[in-house]
Design a protein around this ligand. Structure first.
Ligand code: ATP
Ligand code: MG
Length: 243
């Protein structure tokens, strides 16, 4: 099994003296969806920035075995003057793909996230959840081997959030990329992931790495099962001990 992302004994100290991450080792293979939960300020966004190459480690090493990586931020970062379709199409444009081809792919990606019929709308004409779906469509249209998510559903209301989780795990079942997903929500982490990594308070260290057994696609009702509650309890306990 190829390990798409490997963090080996990674430490990140900022010039300000803040040590954000301390000796973090973590790997994500194709077909794995790994969530990282941890208290605010423990270095989760820093970890994702390092994985994406936006920043550099100060100790240890990072290996990325992916031809394409995409990054979904907490806020949908869309271009206001472009329609939903043309926002998603941008990826193909930047790669120099022929127009018909990139348009077809963008349309497929929008269909996949349930936005058929909204192609021509501009971001301000869409709800927060819809904007986030455009962001996810844009990330997936790149056919990434590695998909990085930094609390993408953090700003959404509970109902939309649950719906987005259901959609994302069925997309994962379909596309089988390697996923690294940051979240504050223990139930979100358990519902979405093949593994949940728990981090301590700053400096962030890995304190637990808990496998999640269920296959995909996962029904929304899974969240009400006793086994689900047992796993979220295990993750919460690990969080509570080390925050
Ligand atoms: N560019 C920077 N320069 C100095 N310190 C930084 C920088 N970026 C982050 N930090 C510090 O590193 C620590 C970890 O920040 P990070 O954003 O990774 O936390 P986080 O786990 O994502 O928190 P949250 O859950 O609140 O998003 C914090 O103490 C923060 O102040
Ligand atoms: Mg963060």
């Amino acid at each position: 099994m190829t390990r798409t992302l490997v963090l080996d004994d990674v430490t990140k100290a900022f010039p300000t003296g803040t040590v954000a991450l301390e000796r973090v080792s973590l790997s994500v293979a194709a077909g794995e969806f790994v969530s990282v939960v941890g208290p605010s300020g423990c270095g989760k966004s820093t970890l994702l920035r390092l994985a994406s190459g936006l920043d550099e480690v100060t100790g240890g090493g990072i290996e990325v075995n992916a031809t394409s990586t995409s990054y979904v931020f907490q806020e949908a970062t869309l271009l206001e003057w472009r329609s939903a379709l043309r926002n998603v199409e941008l990826v193909g444009e930047l790669r120099g793909a022929p127009k018909a081809d990139r348009r077809r792919r963008a349309q497929e990606a929008l269909d996949l996230v349930g936005l058929s019929g909204f192609e021509k709308q501009h971001p301000r004409q869409l709800s927060g959840g819809m904007r986030m779906r455009v962001s996810i469509a844009r990330a997936l249209v790149a056919e990434p081997d590695l998909a990085l998510f930094d609390e993408p559903f953090g700003a959404l209301d509970e109902i939309t959030r649950l719906r987005m989780q259901t959609e994302l795990q069925s997309l994962f079942a379909l596309k089988n990329f390697a996923g690294l997903f940051i979240t504050h929500s223990v139930s979100e982490a358990v519902y979405l992931s093949t593994r949940v990594v728990v981090m301590s308070g700053r400096p962030g260290r890995v304190v637990a790495d808990i496998p999640v057994p269920w296959s995909y696609p996962r029904p929304p009702e899974l969240r009400y099962e006793p086994e689900f509650a047992a796993l979220t309890g295990e993750v919460s306990a690990a969080l509570g001990e080390h925050s």
